[in-house]
Design a protein around this ligand. Structure first.
Ligand SMILES: [Cu+2]
Length: 134
């Protein structure tokens, strides 16, 4: 192998490592993005959590999200509750953010960026809601 070929190989390895590093950094962020490329501040599911008075709530009951449309402000936390025995999830723009929610579970999600978010359940395709963040 000629010297220039070695140099070229070295350069390729260096750029491959750089690309891998960038990809790893992006991959680490993927779970927290909301589909608009921005990071949502917090997302938690808890059986113990309570919904603060006056907070925006989307309830899962009778295989529906209620209300079907909700407007909130940027940075506001929306509380998702499950009032029935059927297992549900809260998928936000196609990403399952809540995991399985049993009856009584509360999942809260802070919408950190404006936009229209599609809320669905992984188990019940008929369950749909829209959250408009302004
Ligand atoms: Cu469901």
């Amino acid at each position: 192998m000629k010297l220039w070929e070695l140099r070229r190989l070295g350069l390729l390895v260096a750029s491959a490592a750089l690309v891998a590093g960038v990809a790893a950094a992006c991959g680490g962020d993927d779970d927290d993005t909301n589909g608009n490329g921005t990071v949502a501040a917090t997302a938690t599911t808890s059986a113990q959590a309570t919904v603060p008075e006056g907070a925006p709530v989307v309830d899962q009951d009778k295989l529906k999200f209620g209300p079907g449309e909700l407007k909130v402000k940027v940075g506001e936390k929306v509380y998702f509750t499950n009032s029935e025995t059927a297992l549900h999830t809260v998928d936000i723009n196609g990403v399952n953010e809540s995991g399985n929610m049993k009856k009584g579970d509360v999942f809260s999600f802070e919408f950190a960026a404006p936009g229209e978010y599609k809320i669905t359940c992984a188990y019940h395709p008929q369950m749909k809601a829209t959250i408009i963040v302004e």
